[in-house]
Design a protein around this ligand. Sequence first.
Ligand SMILES: C[S@@+](CC[C@H](N)C(=O)[O-])C[C@H]1O[C@@H](n2cnc3c(N)ncnc32)[C@H](O)[C@@H]1O
Length: 275
Amino acid sequence: MQSAASPLKNNSLHRSVSADAVRLISLEGGPISRFTQTADDKPTVAGYLSGDAEIPAYLEKIYWWTYVRPWAIRFFERQWLVNAILFGNYVKLRDGALDALGATLPGKTLQIACVYGDMTNRLYDRVRAGDGRLDVVDVLPGQIENLRRKLPPSAHVNGMVMDSAALKAPDGRYDRAILFFLLHEQPEEWRRKTLAEAFRVVRPGGRIVIVDYARPKWWSPFRYLMPPALALLEPFALDLWRSDVQAFLRPPAGLRSLARKTVFGGLYQCVVIER
Ligand SMILES: C[S@@+](CC[C@H](N)C(=O)[O-])C[C@H]1O[C@@H](n2cnc3c(N)ncnc32)[C@H](O)[C@@H]1O
């Protein structure tokens, strides 16, 4: 089994968050008991409660105003706004990703990074219908707290503060994982490690669903309009225009299949990997 220790720890690209800061966020967010783990998940409880979280420098530097600051979370947590940013495609992309995972989701499902809007609520509905279990990881405690506020009080969802590039989970723990618009935000090093970690924690025969940007077709106006905006606001996103998702994947021997579908003139892609 691969080590669950952070391969990026002590990397200069990380900014440490003090234990006090994390505790403060936990207290401000109210009781976190619903997010504590069941007995077989002790490491993630420790990761959350001990404040063992480091914010990747790219998040603080580029995405401080969209994900990191508490006021940013309050501002962006509006589905109509995220839908507008996605040019009206939120529901189509959300449902496409969920359908690619399955109508009912028994076993263990992992959502890698929080998403604004109701995607996790809808995912949870399918997990509950399958009598399964849902874990959500995010590197920002504030995002996990925000998720807790969105979910119904009765929802049994495990929110865990973790870097997607260093998941504290054993190999093959999950039946499936979903990454919704995470990869384009990450520098290549993180993206590769995130994909490798998703592969590691999903069991052979399991499924990984990725929704993200892609290069639009030649006839789409977005092919010409988006690059300046993305270069300014999301500097790593154009990597996904230049290369297929597979390029960032060092597939272990067991990759069974990879299917790719694009929507909205190719600006978005949904990649389904059978592990
Ligand atoms: C999934 S992405 C973007 C989703 C989409 N734009 C939306 O919200 O509709 C945003 C989330 O990714 C998280 N994130 C970014 N880098 C991460 C990392 N290395 N590990 C875990 N979470 C990360 C951020 O904290 C944020 O909550």
